[in-house]
Design a protein around this ligand. Structure first.
Ligand code: GTP
Length: 308
């Protein structure tokens, strides 16, 4: 006995599919299509009855037993036609494979199962992709944070937390260019602690460090946060970019002087239309030098500055 085809009848239309496969087999064996058709005509209502009786699913097979093609379901067997010549094993194998492929490609049960499988795989792929995306995003965020932290570190003086010399140079260049183009006020305040060497020598380097930190704190307290830019140039030298006129800069400088108990010399220069950033630094430096020269602990404004 060779089973050529097993099919599940789960919908009315499956009976017709089965009939089509029977005809394919009859044709392949070169048997009489006419007599097979008349048998099928009688068979179809019986299948419908039995399908309705079982309710949901009727398993049906197409078999070759010796020289006869049969249809079998629910323990019932109906002969479709005699096969002459008797097909050999190879022929049966090829036909059975053909029918299997044809029935699988349209088997509603299989299609539903395949769809479910595809849906499940898609769902898994979606979940996997979402997880991978979230992980990628988290990695990107942490890289971004790392990058921002290292950029901040590169621009920050580690002792005081103020901008360092490199950042000061960049920011001043930008500020001069922008303020000159937009005709906005910019003052540069240069500050240098008085007798800091002596403070260090008398109290130790660690005390000196704390003193530098104190200076940074006083500067922060008196500049306008998120507007003006305080920096540590190196050693006991500091600077502030003040985005305002000379009177505001002077007020800030006086407050810092008071905050440091009069022990800092301060020079101020304001941006002139003819200024480059070097000439602005030069005049602020000269004003600071003048403050030192006059005896320290004071604020000097560069000579060419106008009042606000
Ligand atoms: N504690 C400490 N000292 C520093 C640091 N950087 C520089 N110094 C010291 O700061 C001192 C600066 O001395 P000077 O340039 O002579 O300045 P000064 O003693 O304030 O003199 P005047 O500015 O003329 O009043 C030196 O002794 C440096 O060693 C630092 O990060 N920490």
């Amino acid at each position: 006995m060779t089973a050529l085809l097993r099919l599940a009848i789960v919908a009315e239309s499956d009976r017709y599919r089965f009939a089509r496969f029977v005809f394919e087999a009859v044709e392949a064996f070169g048997a009489s299509a006419f007599s097979s058709a008349s048998i099928l005509v009688n068979l179809m209502p019986r299948l419908r009855e039995d399908y309705r009786h079982v309710g949901a699913r009727l398993e049906i097979s197409l078999l070759v037993i010796e020289a006869t093609l049969y249809c079998e379901w629910n323990g019932k067997r109906v002969s479709i036609c005699r096969l002459d010549p008797v097909p050999d094993t190879q022929q049966l194998k090829i036909l059975s494979e053909q029918l299997r492929l044809a029935s699988e490609s349209t088997d509603p049960d299989l299609l539903v199962r395949r769809n479910r499988q595809i849906e499940m795989e898609l769902e898994h792929a979606k979940v996997r992709a979402a997880a991978e995306f979230a992980e990628l995003e988290a990695r990107l965020e942490s890289k971004k944070a790392e990058l921002q932290a290292s950029l901040r570190a590169a621009a920050t003086d580690s002792l005081t937390g103020l901008y360092n010399r490199g950042a000061y140079d960049d920011r001043l260049m930008e500020a001069v260019t922008r303020c000159a183009r937009q005709q906005e006020p910019l003052c540069l305040i240069m500050l240098d602690l008085d007798y800091f060497k002596q403070i260090n020598d008398e109290n130790g380097h660690q005390y000196g460090d704390e003193y530098l930190k104190r200076m940074a704190q006083v500067m922060r307290e008196h500049v306008r946060s998120h507007v003006d830019i305080p920096c540590r140039m190196g050693g006991d030298e500091f600077a502030i970019m003040v985005f305002a006129g000379v009177e505001t800069a002077r007020r800030i400088a006086e407050s810092i002087l008071t905050g440091m108990l009069g022990r800092v010399s301060i020079g101020i220069a304001c941006l002139l239309p003819s200024d480059s950033h070097e000439s602005l630094i030069g005049r602020a430096d000269a004003a600071l030098y003048e403050a030192k020269r006059q005896g320290r602990g004071r604020v000097c404004v560069a000579v060419s500055e106008h009042a606000e």
